[in-house]
Design a binder for this molecule. Structure first.
Ligand code: NAD
Ligand code: TYD
Length: 339
């Protein structure tokens, strides 16, 4: 089996590559990644030693290069993780999100059509559903919840999600889609809530919590997400859409307090800052369809997963310190300077 994994130098994609190389020693994994600020080839150092792994630095929007790679590598399956993925950055620069997330997905699907109707899995997000009210814990996103987005990021992911469904209906492309809640775990870029707070708390710096910290996210350990994708690409019927969730809803403020507690740092590090414009209130997932159809359910609760994650960040400080001491400093000052 030859699998093309796009965005494999980023957070979830790199974890997926390690999961698959470990579980299926006979599979060939071919990674396409542009190595944007969020992609880090060092993350793939161990994979690069494996003869069954190949890396191409490639923009998924670049049709000619993508088609050449497909022609040479003859994939059986494509899993598309590549994306601009940070909501805050999409507020500052929406155009890049539309290009990578929508047009890049189109190029990949055109390549799938051109080289033998290759199976295509789109890694979508629960953010395509918009948000839920804070005071209705009974409400959850199901796969038939209407698409209704809040940020340029989620709008670009929703457009891609719809385009993938259109390629199935119009051209018969064999696709599947997964819409997952917030992931956490090793190799997450320290601009997202959990690694940002771990890195800053470790350095005794203030922890910028947006608004009052009341917004709710559902958290899933990254390996549980990747196990679900593996099951979907092997077992799901063509055309199916699956929600994936951790069943671990938490307010942001509680996530931050748990991190402080595990690191044994004071609550006084928390600093409430100006809220994100259009900030989604609550995400919560009904993942009963994937459990019923494919037998998948999450294995790690948040308390266990966050300890594993914090251990990883403490044992791999050079990985994230190199990031936060580079160009990232400008990003942090730009994003948080006037908040
Ligand atoms: P990430 O930002 O850590 O990684 C994205 C990767 O894509 C990076 O390696 C980057 O270099 C690469 N990339 C960006 N533009 C590219 C381009 N034009 N061509 C080729 N490669 C490009 O993101 P992540 O958190 O690992 O998310 C992966 C996917 O999962 C995304 O599609 C995201 O929308 C989706 N998702 C993420 C979460 C989450 O909590 N992180 C939840 C649900 C869905
Ligand atoms: P984030 O990790 O950016 O993921 P998403 O916006 O895709 O859910 O943010 C998670 C939550 O944490 C979100 O409600 C915004 C909030 N947040 C903060 O309060 N402070 C921060 O510095 C960041 C990055 C996020």
């Amino acid at each position: 089996m030859n699998i093309i994994v796009t965005g494999g130098a980023g957070f979830i994609g790199s974890n997926f590559i390690y999961y698959m190389l470990d579980k299926y020693p006979d599979y060939r994994i071919i990674c396409l990644d542009l190595l944007t600020y969020a992609g880090n080839l060092k993350t793939l150092n161990k994979a690069l030693e494996n003869p069954n792994f190949k890396f191409y630095k490639c923009d998924i929007v670049d049709r000619e290069t993508v088609f050449n790679i497909f022609e040479n590598e003859k994939p059986d399956v494509v899993v598309n993780f590549a994306a601009e993925s940070h909501v805050d950055r999409s507020i500052n620069n929406p155009g890049l999100f539309l290009s990578t997330n929508i047009l890049g997905t189109q190029v990949l699907m055109d390549a799938c059509r051109a080289f033998g109707n290759i199976r295509f899995h789109q890694v979508s997000t629960d953010e395509v559903y918009g948000d839920l009210p804070l005071d209705r814990p009974d409400m959850l996103f199901t796969e038939s919840t209407p698409i209704k987005t809040s940020s340029p990021y989620s709008a670009s992911k929703a457009a891609a999600d719809l385009l993938v469904q259109a390629y199935n209906r119009t051209f018969g492309l064999p696709i599947t889609i997964s819409r997952c809640s917030n992931n956490y775990g090793p190799y997450q870029f320290p601009e997202k809530l959990i690694p940002l707070m771990i890195a800053r708390a470790n350095d005794n710096k203030s922890l910028p919590v947006y608004g009052k910290g009341e917004n709710v996210r559902d958290w899933l350990f990254v390996e549980d997400h990747n196990r679900a994708i593996d099951i979907i690409i092997r077992k799901a019927d063509v055309g199916e859409v699956y929600n994936i969730g951790g069943n671990q809803e938490l307010q942001n403020i509680d996530v931050v307090k748990i991190i402080l507690d595990v690191l044994n740092k004071p609550i006084s590090l928390i600093e409430f800052v100006k809220d994100r414009p259009g900030h989604d209130l609550r995400y919560a997932i009904d993942a009963s369809k994937i459990k019923k159809d494919l037998g998948w359910e999450p294995t790690l609760d948040f308390k266990t997963g966050i300890k594993k994650t914090i251990d990883w960040y403490m044992n791999n400080q050079s990985w994230w310190k190199e990031i936060i001491n580079g160009e990232y400093l400008n990003y942090y000052n730009e994003m948080y300077g006037n908040r």
